[in-house]
Design a protein around this ligand. Structure first.
Ligand code: GLN
Length: 490
């Protein structure tokens, strides 16, 4: 079925096979991607910027490498889009903020270099919530992205542009960043595979920092196999990121075929309570039945501190954000006010003009929880609760190999539906943030559609640095279902 999909909906695996036998050139593929993007982008608005000439030059260089026999990898000549928080030398890097509206990155992120050396064609900077704070892309200073399955709805966030571009056929794969769910939730809402790797597996060098102890870069892909290919390209130790982990890496793609179940899977009862949309719940239940039918042992387990995840996250993430965003002072980076009377006024006005409301809200909250007199009551306590939350997961892994949950409690919601209510927006992350607090790998994969045709996502949560097991578990489900052979009609 996938074989008959138009070029712009094909997978890395399919396209790289065509590129390697000369059935397609990287320039032709990139041209097709550019034409598709021009056709859909006015409706989807996935990109903050798109450098057509540069993309074509990269594609021509890829073809030349292939002709010279210098290329072998699956990503050679494949157009990949990056969330606009990942640095590419000489390209705009805005974090979807007025603060960085005119900023051009002087250097490459490690993931950028890795993708380039794998031969990928990096063709655009993708929209997101400002500084990755949000769940809908509505906090972008450049306007929201739309969900290709229903243009009146959000693609999710914060990496909504990365999901929308891929679902719309404007990229073959993309990268996002996930601090509290920003890869998995948009993947779920757009019918894609989204992987948040173990904290420390992917270098954060060149990623604009939001909450450094939680941030992790990861791929969006059409299939689990493509996600494995992308992960293999970007993972690995980097001395330029002090939290990067030294660990030996499996061949994630090859391991998909060798790691077989049946697995012991845990169902955390706290993830199936009030607030879960019945259609989402039913689709996840069906997926659980599938695993049971494959001989997997399914066990209900408990993550007793789940109820504290949201509060803990919004204390730790905002505390770190308030510190990370202190560097945007109008002097060294980004926007500087044109009407200041003294130095303090430069700082105050530049920040007042440069940051949007949600970013300001978080800086204020984060500064508060770190301030003298409140540090012990909020920040320190949140750190202790974080340890308990991680311990919950590690206890569960004494009994089971992985956990199954919904990714998002609801399918894609209408643009504007939650933007006036920060708390309602924060609740979108109820099933994803525990994973970031615990530093674990997790992925979202499509597990069906609502009656009105909106994608539903299933979350699998794995053990630290056991991405290969997680991918294999997801692959088994995907092979038997093929939800990813359906595409939005745009
Ligand atoms: N929606 C969450 C937040 O607003 C998560 C964002 C993210 O993962 N970057 O913080």
């Amino acid at each position: 079925m996938l074989m008959s999909a138009p070029l712009h909906f094909q997978t890395i695996a399919e396209l790289s096979a065509k590129l390697s036998v000369g059935q397609l050139s990287a320039v032709e593929l990139t041209q097709a991607m550019i034409a598709r993007t021009k056709a859909v982008e006015p409706r989807v608005h996935a990109f903050n910027s798109f450098d057509e000439a540069d993309a074509l030059a990269q594609a021509a260089a890829s073809d030349a490498r292939r002709r010279a026999g210098q290329s072998a990898g699956a990503l050679e000549g494949i157009p990949v889009g990056l969330k606009d928080v990942i640095a590419v030398a000489g390209q705009p890097l805005t974090a979807s903020s007025r603060m960085l509206a005119n900023f051009v990155s002087p250097y490459d992120a490690t993931v950028t270099q890795k993708l380039q050396s794998a031969g990928a064609v990096l063709h655009g900077r993708l929209n997101c919530d400002e500084f990755a704070m949000g769940s809908s892309t509505e906090n972008s200073a450049f306007g929201p992205s739309s969900n290709p399955w229903d243009l009146t709805r959000t693609p999710g966030g914060s990496s909504g542009g990365s999901a929308a571009a891929l679902a719309a056929g404007s990229a073959v794969a993309t990268l996002g960043s996930d601090t509290g769910g920003s890869i998995r939730q948009p993947a779920a809402l757009c019918g894609l595979v989204g992987l948040k790797p173990t904290y420390g597996l992917i270098s954060r060098y060149g990623l604009i920092a939001y909450a450094s102890s939680l941030d992790q870069i990861g791929p969006f892909a059409r299939t689990v196999e493509d996600a494995a290919i992308m992960l293999g390209a970007i993972a690995g130790h980097d001395p330029r990121d002090s939290t990067s982990f030294k660990t030996s890496l499996p061949d994630y793609r090859a391991e998909l075929k060798t790691r077989r179940g049946p697995w012991k899977l845990g169902i955390p009862k706290e993830y199936f309570g009030a607030g879960l949309d019945p259609e989402v719940g039913a689709a996840v239940e069906k997926a659980i039945s599938f695993y049971r039918s494959q001989g997997c042992e399914i066990r209900e387990i408990s993550l007793p501190h789940t109820q504290y995840c949201l509060d803990t996250y919004y204390i730790i993430a905002t505390a770190e954000a308030s510190s990370n965003l202190a560097r945007y002072d109008g002097i060294r980076y980004g926007h500087r006010t044109s009407s200041a009377k003294d130095l303090l006024d430069v700082y105050q006005k530049s920040r007042a003009e440069g940051f949007g409301d949600e970013v300001k809200r978080r800086i204020i909250l984060g500064t508060y929880v770190l301030s003298s007199g409140y540090y012990d009551a909020y920040y320190l306590r949140a750190q202790k609760v974080r340890t308990l939350i991680r311990q919950d997961f590690l206890n569960a892994y004494r009994e089971v190999d992985a956990l199954i949950t919904p990714t998002s409690p609801i399918p894609a919601f209408k643009l504007g539906e939650k933007s006036a209510d920060p708390l309602a927006m924060y609740l979108c992350d109820i099933y994803t943030i525990g994973v970031n607090l615990a530093g674990l790998p997790a992925l979202s994969l499509p597990c069906g559609f609502t009656q009105s045709g909106l994608p539903i996502g299933l979350q699998l949560i794995g053990q630290p640095f056991r991405e290969a097991d997680l991918l294999a578990t997801a692959h088994a489900y995907e092979q038997a279902h093929g939800w990813n052979t359906q595409f939005p009609s745009l």
